[in-house]
Each structure stands twice: as structure tokens, then as C-alpha cells.
Design a protein around this ligand. Structure first.
Ligand code: ADE
Length: 259
């Protein structure tokens, strides 16, 4: 026989309580402008989790500008064939400059201008930290085979790449940067300490983490983590972080030695 469902009020009471995020209003720490041909690509990443919350509480303001709105013709043309021949299409300088000049006027802060391109300097945690100190970032993304060189020169833009591979455009790269930077803004995660132990923040990978249950499919949480001895735990974590870095990312230790 089917059991009757408990009344709604009772059912709501039985539901596990979700941890409520404190939605304290914050002063704006950063403004990010993104110049793109595909503003709708940003809807989902910006509309969830920490990025959404950071915007909702006013910690960061993220504005999207559609480069195509600044095209000079009714076809909304923003790219053309490269001079000298070759495959693909190149982003024209006109619409990008006009879009940039419009965007720049939207806030008194001049902003750090960044062009997303595989030719750029490799993005890493150190760069994310440096960018998180800025009041304003202006990210310029492009599709197709690249930008007319006068965009980089004329806008005096710094170039950033998120890795040695070629994406179809800079949009995903811009989202990666926004995600990595916004989580470093003070108050973005709620818990001020939570980025301290992140992988790379001390030049090492993160130590192994465990949560309940204590034993899962015959795999047990290391005794030290259950010992309550915080000094020993800290020492163990430090040693684990070092061992994993040596094993999985020895290049990180090599880079540290050079600095
Ligand atoms: N655009 C295309 N590929 C890219 C990359 N790897 N990083 C940044 N922008 C890009």
C-alpha cells in the first residue's frame, strides 16, 4: 500500500537545510567590461554560483558590449579578409575601436585593457591575483583568425592567453579570467580564508582533502586528519602539497627556484 505523503509544511521541515549565503551588500570593488561578438555566451557562467552572487551583492559589476553594434554597415560586418592573402577572416579595427571608446566612457576608471589571444602571456594564479587588485578590467575578445594588429597597438592592450592551444574565440578565455579573478575579490567567497590554500596560491598544488564518510569503499581518511592535532595536520598538509607538486607538477618547483 502506498504511504500517504506528509503534509507540505512537514515535508519542507524534513528537507535538509541549505547553507544560506549571506547576501550582504558590498561596495563595488571592480568593474569588468567585456567586448564581444557573442554576449549571450556569457549568460550561463555569469548567472550562476559565485559569479552571480558577487554581482548580486554589488562586489563586481560586469558589463557586456556587443562589438557588432558598432559595425559601420547594415550587414553588421566586423571582420574581413587579411591583406596579403591567407585563410580566414580578421577582426576589423573600426568596430572594435568604436565599441571600446563607447565602453570606456561608461566609467571614470581608465581600466586595464586586455586582448584575449593565444599570442598573449600565459594566464596563471599570479596574474589572477595581480588583476584582482585592479579597479577595472576591459577584456576584448575576438572570433575568427585574429585581430587587425592596429587594435593591439592603438588601444595599447596587454595580451593574455589561457594556454597553448587555440580556441574558436576569446570568449571562453575571458570567462576563465573573470572566474579566477572574481573569486579573489575580498568577500567573494564569504570565507576570507578560502583562497589561501588553493592550488598555486603558494606556488604548490593543494594538499588532499577528505570529507564524510570516514571510510568509503574500503578507503579510509588518513588518521592524522582525525587526530585533532592542528599543528601536525598543518605539517602533514604542507608535506603532501610538496610531494604532489614534485610528482605531478615539478615545473612549478623549478619556476620557484628561478624567482
Ligand atoms: N583565443 C583563442 N585562443 C585563445 C587562448 N588560448 N587564450 C586566449 N584567447 C584565445
Amino acid at each position: 500500500m502506498k504511504r500517504p505523503k506528509p503534509r507540505l509544511k512537514k515535508r519542507l521541515k524534513q528537507r535538509p537545510k541549505r547553507r544560506r549565503l549571506r547576501a550582504k551588500r558590498q561596495t563595488i570593488v571592480m568593474r569588468v567590461d567585456v567586448l564581444t561578438l557573442f554576449p549571450r555566451m556569457f549568460e550561463s557562467p555569469l548567472g550562476h554560483s559565485i559569479l552571480k552572487r558577487a554581482q548580486d551583492v554589488g562586489l563586481v559589476q560586469i558589463a557586456l558590449a556587443d562589438i557588432r553594434d558598432f559595425a559601420a554597415d547594415s550587414y553588421r560586418k566586423v571582420d574581413d579578409k587579411p591583406y596579403g592573402g591567407g585563410p580566414g577572416m580578421v577582426m576589423m579595427p573600426g568596430p572594435v575601436f568604436d565599441c571600446f571608446e563607447h565602453v570606456q566612457k561608461l566609467s571614470p576608471e581608465k581600466g586595464r585593457v586586455i586582448l584575449l589571444t593565444p599570442q598573449g602571456q600565459r594566464f596563471d594564479q599570479k596574474k589572477a591575483l595581480a588583476l584582482s587588485k585592479e579597479k577595472r578590467l576591459i577584456l576584448i575578445t575576438g572570433k575568427y583568425e585574429g585581430f587587425d594588429e592596429r587594435i593591439r597597438i592603438g588601444l595599447d592592450a596587454e595580451q593574455i592567453s589561457i594556454g597553448d592551444y587555440v580556441l574558436n574565440g576569446g570568449e571562453l578565455a575571458a570567462m576563465v579570467i573573470i572566474d579566477a579573478v572574481v573569486r579573489l575579490l575580498p568577500g567573494a567567497l564569504g570565507d576570507e580564508d578560502s583562497t589561501k590554500d588553493d592550488s598555486f596560491s603558494e606556488g604548490l598544488l593543494e594538499y588532499p582533502q577528505y570529507t564524510r564518510p570516514e571510510i568509503f569503499r574500503d578507503m579510509k581518511v588518513p588518521d592524522i586528519l582525525l587526530s585533532g592535532d592542528h599543528a601536525k595536520i598543518a605539517e602533514w598538509r604542507c608535506q603532501q602539497a610538496l610531494e604532489r607538486t614534485k610528482k605531478w607538477r615539478p615545473d612549478l618547483l623549478g619556476d620557484n627556484k628561478k624567482e
